[in-house]
Design a protein around this ligand. Structure first.
Ligand SMILES: C[S@@+](CC[C@H](N)C(=O)[O-])C[C@H]1O[C@@H](n2cnc3c(N)ncnc32)[C@H](O)[C@@H]1O
Length: 274
């Protein structure tokens, strides 16, 4: 079966490695994703229920709006994708409007417009939580109507929450299967990227996440974590009893074309203790 593409471009999106992830997800009643991003894994799995969370409030509001309003919301978003709107001056006007408006439907539609018109699909905010990615200069940005329709359908048995991963972990119960795709730990000390909604996701948070995964697996709940394959991540996950598997992946979003090489990724598999 061909896999379902997410409607948003998302740095770190897992669309390209869906098959590998599916191989490690066991059966269960509900899939929990504390770091939903573009939802590539949720869209390509088949659980009865989903708990999908992220710390980006704009993303969660957009998903809730699409979940509730379906085609009506899709029709509302479509006109933003016109030739006239594909120019820097309009892009920056809409970016300002996005940052100022309190209207959730408008903000959600503009989020899709910005995602498809900005540079490399970069979702970057400043310290005031204002979206500040620059204009992307694409010939004809694609309006992802079919992908939005598929998301709307798939989301009918999903609960979306705006929450940090610790809050989400506290809601997990027996019968759940957990996939964690946290912001990547940097490959080098200079590679730190600050996203003000993720609060910079530092090493301490990677440790907290690994400890939660160990705790849940001991309670009989299977957890899969993906990350960059580094000495530190290997040591961390092995230290808390996970089985690790490394592999290479081609990167799709990078500001630097020289970096579009294959990068090492790691899976940490925490099996449920029965
Ligand atoms: C690597 S992306 C997930 C990509 C997703 N698997 C996909 O295929 O698109 C990481 C996500 O974690 C979110 N995030 C960052 N810090 C977080 C935190 N402390 N708790 C929950 N989500 C967080 C980011 O907003 C981002 O959407």
């Amino acid at each position: 079966m061909p896999s379902q593409k997410p409607f948003l471009k998302w740095p770190g999106g897992k669309y390209r490695i869906i098959d590998r992830i599916q191989d490690h997800l066991t059966e269960g009643n509900r899939l929990v994703e504390p770091f939903i991003g573009s939802g590539a894994v949720f869209l390509n799995s088949n659980y009865d229920n989903y708990l999908l969370a992220d710390t980006n409030p704009d993303l969660i509001n957009l998903y809730k709006t699409l979940q509730k309003n379906g085609q009506k919301f899709i029709n509302y978003c479509k006109p933003y994708f016109s030739d006239a709107n594909n120019q820097a001056s309009i892009y920056y006007e809409y970016r300002t409007l996005f940052n100022e408006t309190k209207d959730v439907r408008l903000k959600s539609a503009l989020f899709i417009y910005l995602n498809r018109h900005c540079y490399n699909g970069l979702c970057r905010y400043n310290s005031k939580h204002e979206f500040n990615s620059p204009f992307g200069r694409y010939k004809k940005p694609y309006f992802p109507e079919k992908e939005m329709q598929a998301f709307h359908l798939a989301s009918q048995n999903a609960e979306f929450i705006h929450a940090s991963f610790v809050e989400t972990m506290q809601k997990i119960k027996k019968g759940d299967v957990v996939y964690c795709d946290p912001p990547y730990t940097p490959l080098s000390k200079t590679a730190y990227f600050t996203d003000y909604f993720s609060g910079g996701f530092d090493w301490q948070e990677q440790i907290t996440l690994a400890n939660w995964a160990e705790k849940l697996s001991k309670q009989g709940i299977p957890v899969l974590i993906s990350n960059h394959d580094t000495q530190n991540t290997r040591r961390l996950y092995k230290g808390v009893g996970a089985r690790t598997k490394g592999f290479k992946v081609r990167r799709n979003i990078s500001c630097d074309t020289k970096n579009r090489n294959k990068i090492g990724e790691i899976f940490a598999v925490f099996q449920a203790a029965v």
